[in-house]
Ligand binder design. Sequence first.
Ligand SMILES: [Zn+2]
Length: 319
Amino acid sequence: MELPEKRLPGPFILRNHIKLDEDSTSRAVELPYIFIRGAHPGPKGVILATIHGDELNGIGIIHELARRIVPALFTGELYLLPVVSVPAYNLQSRYLPDRRDLNRLFPGAENGSEGSRLANLIWKNFVENTDFGIDLHSASYSRWNYPHIRGNMRSPRSRLLARSFGHSLIIHSQGVAGSLRKEATKRGIPFVLFEAGQVNRIEEDVLNAGVEGLLNVLHNMEMIPEIPDGFHTGEIPEFYYSETDWVRAEAGGLFYPRAHPGDKIEKREELGIITDLLGKELSTVQSPVSGHILGFNQHPQVVPGRALYHIAHTPKPLR
Ligand SMILES: [Zn+2]
């Protein structure tokens, strides 16, 4: 099936749905999408959110981005998918109704499992013919991530895409098998992930950081003529972090964070403490490396081994 807008001349912005499947009440499940075709031919892109059904920041980012694009001043084509995993979104859950993670099932199969069919529909209609892709995520339950870019920095085209956000925190990560990012990059499509904030929220700061980064990407690709008022042109980052590690709790009790995502830290710097229930300090949380805090655990109750801080380290030049 060909989407109806494929043959329409630009410039226009279209808001539509494509039938995904049927739910167990025999009703159609439909995927919402926004399509922008500019006045002139140019790059084709796709920006997707909510592959994990409880990661909602990306929906807000896409809504705000769509409001900022003027089709008559736009070059190329852009698909915006605010909610990819509609079944998981309806459950307010990361996972699909059959407990599978949609982001392990790409490129999917037409006659596969329910998740595999959904992955395949996304892949065929929006991904396989795109020139670049950006996937919007948030930290998993009880964690918060500072806005950053993840991608395979060994792929020169993904590296260029990551740089074009104008955002200083870039992490090398190949992604796991079956993730949209890994499977697309493997087939030569530059694809990176914008990771920010927490689940079950649309956070204003995260939304602004995401929209600004995406506007920078579109501007660097010459798809929009200028960065709209109220947003900044990013700086070209000089390096990416090649490694990340978790700092884990060494005692059970209550975690009091002192350092926060976005902070630059030194080796052996104190990041927080763990106390018992009477307030007595049991353990100091120290960074094993110098680096940049990407994310942290927001839940105060911890046990030994609980991941507390996600730290990016070992910078490498981006050029
Ligand atoms: Zn996610």
